[in-house]
Design a protein around this ligand. Sequence first.
Ligand SMILES: Cc1cc2nc3c(=O)[nH]c(=O)nc-3n(C[C@H](O)[C@H](O)[C@H](O)COP(=O)(O)O)c2cc1C
Length: 223
Amino acid sequence: MTDPPSAPPAWPDRWLSEDPLPSEPFPILANWLTEAFEDGRQPSPHAVALATVDAAGDPAVRMVLVQAIEADAGALVFHSHRDSPKGRELAAHPRASAAFHFSALGRQARVSGPVGHVADVESDAYFATRPVDSQIGAWVSRQSEPLESRAALVAAMERRAAAFGVDLAAPGPSPAIPRPRGWGGFRLRADRIELWHSRPGRVHDRAVWQRTGSGWTSQRLQP
Ligand SMILES: Cc1cc2nc3c(=O)[nH]c(=O)nc-3n(C[C@H](O)[C@H](O)[C@H](O)COP(=O)(O)O)c2cc1C
């Protein structure tokens, strides 16, 4: 594979190009995500690579969708099965690192810190917004466990839907489906965030913020 030329864009980022750096990094990340959605070229710009380690220190990484950037708290919220490998890894070692790549805008953000569960009421509220087939899927899937066949999964979906009084083949109003206890939100509260913005000639802008007691200390980094 050939090395690509400097990624777009060539223009300076309005937050990272000037010194001193802004004192608050999360409003920048929230703006970057908004701009990536508005730009529209990148599908799912809220997808992050989420890295965890298990109790033995072995790393694992997978994509998840960030459903909220909490700028005031300096946190990200994502949802998953809590008894999945990632859920078990986070139970054993409750820290994670997430990387966004806003490819069309030439930006990366890396966020690391401790991870905990969001309150049940928050998970319930988000679950209620999901499409009914996703809700049924959350009930049926034992995420990352072996599956005998696709037909077995489809049959399990149909059985569970019928038990809830839902006809998956006829979309329309359906009864409220409760959240399965083993599925819910996780909150990654950053203690470190690094922002990267592509500039010509690989003279990229990079900066890292570390959380202090009540705020952040910033440091510009070499590209
Ligand atoms: C773009 C994208 C977004 C995804 N979003 C989620 C998500 O929000 N939650 C989730 O549990 N899995 C999501 N997945 C699936 C995960 O990458 C992964 O396969 C699954 O969660 C099992 O991971 P684990 O075995 O490490 O627990 C997504 C996959 C892709 C490709």
